[in-house]
Write a protein that binds this ligand. Structure first.
Ligand code: SF4
Length: 363
């Protein structure tokens, strides 16, 4: 994957060159979303491949939820462009797999990594070898977390039928001593609380239910087809009631839209009522692929903010230093108030670290 992806836990070596004949259509929705089969040689992205300090796994390429701030669209685009360049997609197929603006197909052409268990088996050997080098010396990667869902949602609607994520969890539940994280916006995760409990018995596990606002109307403006807040919070409760170590991840916090105290406090309150064990939060990072999709939406839905975002993010993909520091303090105060562990936030653990810019964006 290009330099961005190398720091967010997704690697393009996941995606083998495609042949139309090797991409059987597995399913199609009435609205035209198509699910095509992809057989990966590798499913686990190592820290050496991605440049971050965790391993990552994404059972699907593309995501039907279609959040406007999603940073993973470029990976889908890369797969499609590589196939076209290799002469494996005709011009019309390329247009179909890319979409008129280059971002739509991420939501409408979903690659399903069939056969991922064979790849996982091979990759686990690689993972354990890196954790325990032949000379027996301790490896700096020995405790590297393995995070599921860094680039696409592992419980997006396709999982109901294809059950790839469940199969991965079943396999990981036969391991011991892993440090596993899982990120999702979908209530479907509660379906797998049995296997998550088994996984947790012999491994460290944290399930992050992702939610940026309890305001369903606002969510629908920003996330095209994601589950409404209420069902995500109920899923979180079902997980915690079942004893699964689960909490809320509030990312991205959107400056001027979801970062006020009342907004954040409503999320913390809801998390506590759902039995969350933790709440993490982090500000928006405006990757190039996100700008293409998110800034036009901002212009349409929040016209006063577009120029402010352009200025604030002019010199950096990350939020301005002062803003990030103020947000972190605000989140830490709420973590304290609501009895959650106080920490540096999700982005310090599972996302890239960016040099902060000096720009200003009042909180
Ligand atoms: S759920 Fe996650 S992967 Fe899917 S579109 Fe939204 S941000 Fe992207």
């Amino acid at each position: 994957m290009h330099s961005n992806s190398e720091q967010i836990g997704l690697h393009l070596s996941d995606y083998p060159a495609m042949r139309p004949s090797a991409l059987p259509v597995l399913d199609e929705r009435l609205r035209g979303t198509r699910f095509v089969s992809l057989t990966p040689k590798s499913i686990l992205n190592s820290p050496q491949q991605t440049g971050v300090d965790f391993w990552s796994l994404n059972p699907y390429v593309g995501c039907e939820f279609g959040c406007s701030y999603c940073y993973a669209r470029y990976a889908h685009r890369y797969v499609v462009e590589r196939a076209r360049d290799a002469g494996k997609l005709s011009d019309s197929e390329f247009q179909d797999f890319r979409g008129p603006h280059g971002w739509e197909a991420f939501e409408r052409r979903i690659f399903v990594k069939e056969g991922l268990l064979a790849a996982l088996e091979r990759d686990l050997q690689r993972y354990f070898r890196s954790a325990r080098p032949p000379d027996g010396s301790p490896s700096p990667l020995g405790t590297a977390p393995l995070v599921i869902g860094t680039a696409t949602d592992p419980y997006q609607p396709a999982e109901r039928r294809f059950r790839l994520t469940r199969r991965v969890l079943e396999r990981l539940a036969r391991c011991e001593g892993l440090n596993v994280g899982l990120i999702t916006k979908s209530p479907l995760v509660a379906r797998d609380r049995d296997v998550l409990r088994r996984l947790q018995d012999a491994n460290d596990l944290e399930v992050y239910v992702s939610l940026i606002s309890v305001d369903a109307g606002l969510i629908r403006k920003i996330e095209a087809r994601s589950p409404v807040p209420g069902v995500r919070l109920r899923a979180l409760k079902r997980l915690t009631d079942a004893g699964v170590r689960a909490g809320l991840i509030v990312a991205p916090v959107l400056p001027g839209i979801t970062d006020d105290v009342a907004h954040l406090e409503a999320l913390f309150q809801a998390a506590r009522e759902a039995g969350a064990r933790f709440v993490h939060a982090g500000a928006l990072r405006l990757y190039p692929a996100v700008r293409d999709r998110f800034l036009p939406l901002l212009r349409e839905q929040f016209p006063g903010l577009e120029q402010r975002y352009r200025r604030a993010y002019a010199r950096s993909l990350g939020a301005p230093r002062q803003y990030a520091a103020a947000l972190r303090q605000r989140v830490q105060r709420l973590q304290q108030k609501y009895g959650f562990p106080v920490n540096e936030g999700m982005q310090d653990r599972y996302e890239r670290r960016l040099p902060a810019s000096q720009g200003e964006l009042a909180l």
